[in-house]
Design a protein around this ligand. Structure first.
Ligand SMILES: Nc1ncnc2c1ncn2[C@@H]1O[C@H](COP(=O)(O)OP(=O)(O)OP(=O)(O)O)[C@@H](O)[C@H]1O
Ligand SMILES: O=P(O)(O)OC[C@H]1O[C@](O)(CO)[C@@H](O)[C@@H]1O
Length: 657
């Protein structure tokens, strides 16, 4: 069942639950229209789902099984009906994908189940036999909500898709704001949670944000906002973006409306200001790859969890913590989430912040530091201020510019001097390409792909390590930050090894991994890999659509990623590919044969209109002999006219924004 506000990725969750349940020998049902479907019951609302019923769900937004906000379920009478209808349908376990309200309802339903079923037996509505069989109902929650407001999980299904849409919208607004030198007040969703507003503020380098958890305390929000905005304007910024969470409040709990924010910008700063309320655009549309994958792996885990549950096991909530899928206590998660609202009601904002994910506080302080860069009195005394060099190495990756922006503005807020080394180590050794970073110049870099300071694959040893040391000495760098992939990793190792010979390298040096291949040791994510995955996923969706339209076609798609199969594996998960071939495993012939047989079976079962296109993803380096074209040719030959196979080779996905 999906319930509450829809969220991109809910369909992926339903697909995963249905298929994982069938795979494990269970029958799968969809409760249509959220709790409303439980209350109404019958085969129209509690529908059996087959494997093919959920085909195509990965790339569809919203929830195909419907959702609702159902008042009847909040009453015991409604839940009693729900109990009877589940028993009628022979359901043993219920998996709910929804927000905190939906999971509160689920928890209550499970708690009440013994008394509900007892009442149904005592009143003769159900037989003794049914009573015995259904005495216990297993419940499991997966969190689907764009708000990312549920405690004990780092991300909720839909939150990153919504954030992506908000950032895109703000990028569009930026252009018109800049043209007219206007201010825009952008209202984003989040009745009780400022996560979307905060993350969008960081991602788009907004001037000011207003969120429910942290109203301005020292002075009124009006003074604080005007001070920051006028500082930015006095430095030459032409546009102003203020992001207001739907639930923004003052420290006296009065709601702050977008129009009130606009009035302040107009009346006190004289800015030509417009309001844009993004509304449900943020919630609709297809899911980003992160949400599709999160929903898929959580859906599978939810099925495992209900099958593992006994009457004594507390109802699990499937969350994600530090990139690992975890089972948490549903009751506890709901309680902590509610306590944030209570803390806000009690004006205990520090507590509200502390009850959110620990990263929430960190993100807010980073936003404030970047936001005050180069304007406020730097926090460090003069003798502690350093010169920091920033360099990009290797192929461009999405996020390199954002990283440079964040590092430089953070340095400025502390009083350090950021330098950019342009065009990598080759640029430094050949052209002394060192430039001071200017705040106004990097403003807006968040939304630009590629690398504005240039990048180059050459390592220090491949260029001229002696010259590099000379320039480090000349500019008296106190620290170096390298952003890049495997070449960056090698470069850092070379500089470190050369410390004995060159004292200029005896400074702190760090690496921020950035590569679409996601193959830098020591980190689960490299900058750019997620961006690349999204671009590839969109490409695969379109190719699949075309394959489906011709009804009988398989596309073999060639995927970048060097010797790492990360992109191919995760894109296959996000798009629902039939198979993926990666360098780590190569392409064993028996596997290829099995995959071709499974393609033949799939095409044989699917008839006429319901035939859908199929994808096979192949990392370029998975095999030198079995190239993308060769694989397509083999599939075509083996299909013997039953279906067709073609290749698709996307061009460079390295550095979209
Ligand atoms: N305390 C409760 N008792 C029983 N059912 C509840 C309770 N709270 C919520 N529900 C059920 O869950 C439905 C969805 O709840 P709600 O509208 O709060 O959305 P949500 O799940 O929090 O999602 P979103 O994050 O999108 O707001 C309600 O319409 C109601 O049917
Ligand atoms: O679609 P509705 O019922 O107007 O609900 C809007 C609310 O739902 C959410 O999108 C999800 O909880 C909130 O951010 C928003 O306040």
């Amino acid at each position: 069942m999906t319930s509450g506000g829809d969220a991109p990725g809910m369909n992926a969750c339903v697909r995963a639950v249905v298929r994982a349940a069938i795979y494990r020998g269970c029958k799968a049902f969809a409760v249509m229209e959220g709790y409303e479907g439980l209350v109404r019951g019958g085969p129209e609302y509690i529908k059996e789902m087959n494997w093919l019923d959920v085909r195509g769900y990965l790339s569809e937004g919203g929830t195909n099984i419907g959702t609702a906000r159902c008042m009847d379920f909040k009453q015991r009478q409604g839940r009693l009906k729900g109990c009877k209808h589940l028993i009628d349908a022979g359901i043993d376990a219920l998996i709910v994908c929804g927000g905190d309200g939906s999971l509160t309802g689920a928890d209550l339903f499970r708690k009440e189940w013994p008394s509900l079923i007892q009442e149904l037996k005592d009143t003769g509505v159900i037989s003794n036999e049914k009573y015995e069989k259904h005495k216990h109902l297993n419940i499991c929650g997966t969190v689907g909500s764009i708000d990312n407001d549920m405690a004990t999980t780092d991300a909720t299904i839909g939150a990153y898709s919504s954030l992506d849409r908000i950032c895109q919208a703000i990028d569009y607004i930026d252009a018109t704001a800049n043209s007219h030198s206007r201010a825009f007040v952008v209202e984003v969703m989040g009745r009780h949670c400022g996560w979307l507003a905060l993350m969008a503020g960081i991602a788009t380098s907004a001037d000011y944000i207003l969120i429910p958890e942290k109203p301005s305390s020292s002075k009124g929000w009006q003074d604080q906002m005007c001070q920051i905005v006028s500082q930015h304007r006095s430095k030459g910024k032409r546009k102003t973006i203020v992001i207001v969470a739907e639930g923004a409040i003052t420290n006296e709990l009065e709601p702050i409306s977008s129009d009130a924010v606009k009035d302040v910008l107009v009346d006190r700063l004289g800015l030509d200001t417009r309001v844009t309320t993004l509304g449900h655009v943020q919630r609709g549309g297809t899911a980003v790859s992160y949400d599709r994958i999160l929903a898929t792996v959580q859906g599978v885990e939810a099925v495992k969890a209900v099958l593992d549950s006994t009457p004594d096991t507390p109802s699990p909530l499937i969350g994600i913590e530090e990139n690992k899928i975890v089972r948490k206590s549903l009751v506890e998660a709901v309680e902590i989430t509610k306590s944030v609202a209570t803390a806000i009601e009690n004006k205990d904002f520090d507590k509200a912040m502390s009850l959110r994910d620990s990263e929430f506080t960190e993100h807010l302080s980073n936003f404030m530091a970047m936001n005050s860069a180069n304007h406020n009195e730097p926090t460090l005394p003069a003798n502690k201020r350093k010169s920091i060099a920033i360099i990009n190495i290797g192929a461009p990756a999405g996020g390199m510019n954002s990283a440079v922006y964040a590092m430089a503005t953070y340095c400025m807020s502390r009083g350090h001097t950021p330098y950019a080394i342009h065009n990598g180590f080759a640029g430094l050794s050949r052209h002394e390409s060192v430039r001071l970073i200017d705040w106004l110049q990097i403003e807006g870099w968040n939304s630009i792909g590629g690398s504005e300071i240039g990048t180059n694959r050459s390592t220090p040893k491949e260029t001229d390590i002696g010259m590099i040391a000379y320039y480090f000495e000349k500019y008296q760098f106190d620290g170096l930050i390298i952003v890049g992939g495997f070449e960056a990793f090698v470069s850092l190792e070379q500089l470190e090894s050369a410390r004995a010979m060159y004292p200029a390298f005896r400074i702190p040096m760090v690496l921020i991994p950035a590569t679409i291949s996601n193959n830098v040791p020591g980190t689960e994510y490299s900058l750019g890999s997620d961006t690349c995955l999204n671009s590839l996923m969109q490409y695969c969706d379109v190719v699949k659509q075309s394959a489906s339209a011709t009804r009988d076609r398989t596309f073999v798609i060639d995927v970048q990623g060097g010797n790492s199969g990360y992109i191919a594996t995760f894109a296959a998960l996000a798009c629902g590919a039939q198979a993926s071939y990666v360098p780590e495993e190569g392409i064993p012939l028996d596997q290829l044969e099995a995959d071709i047989n499974s393609l033949k079976e799939a095409f044989a079962v699917e008839k006429g209109l319901s035939k859908s296109g199929k994808l096979v993803l192949k990392s370029t380096n998975a095999s030198k002999v079995l190239t993308t074209q060769v694989i397509a040719d083999i599939i075509k030959q083996e299909a013997n006219g039953q279906f067709d196979a073609k290749t698709a080779i996307p061009v460079v996905f390295a550095s979209p924004t």
